[in-house]
Design a protein around this ligand. Structure first.
Ligand code: NI
Length: 173
């Protein structure tokens, strides 16, 4: 297993659409293990393959055992798809690929997600609360969507200016 570098916005790879997994092989399992290790080390609540530069429809979610507890059990979802959603919630989101920023995002309150496991077996999960937010956030990554796209353009512009300043300061340092 290895800790992988996490791409940061505005890396263009984060904007690409990831490809469906067709081959459930050892390479996929190795990537999932590396993603889990990378997420837990960060630490983050979820991670999508494009964040480590792989345009593969796979995400990992921390705290697989319980809705609220952050633990080291990791749920891996391959080719995840939201098959039902309902309600609404506002949650303060951040992202391992978005430096120094969090903002309230409006999303569905509840989701049903169909996916495959690492052996290609289909399964369905339902989630609400924080877990539903994480699932929607990570599945967005597979379509090149960041939480920054789901906030007002005014807030996004303020963040872009802030990021420019941060990048300039780190380049000057
Ligand atoms: Ni993210």
């Amino acid at each position: 297993m290895a800790i992988l570098p996490i791409l940061k916005y505005p890396d263009p790879l984060l904007r690409e659409k990831s490809k469906e997994v067709e081959l459930f092989d050892d390479g996929l399992k190795a990537l999932a293990a590396d993603m889990a290790e990378t997420m837990l080390e960060a630490p983050g609540a979820g991670l999508a393959a494009p964040q480590v530069g792989r345009l593969t429809r796979m995400i990992v979610i921390a705290g697989a055992g319980n809705d609220e507890d952050f633990d080291e059990r990791v749920l891996t979802l391959v080719n995840p798809r939201i098959t039902w959603s309902g309600g609404e919630q506002v949650y303060n989101e951040g992202c391992l690929s978005v430096l120094d920023y969090s903002e309230n995002v409006i999303r569905a309150g509840e989701v049903e997600v169909q996916a495959r496991d690492l052996d290609g077996r289909p399964f369905t999960i339902t989630a609400d609360g924080r877990r539903a937010v994480i699932l929607q956030h990570e599945i967005d990554h597979l379509d090149g969507i960041l939480f920054l796209d789901r906030i007002s353009s005014l807030k996004r512009d303020i963040y872009k200016r802030k990021l420019k300043k941060i990048m300039k300061e780190s380049a000057d340092a």
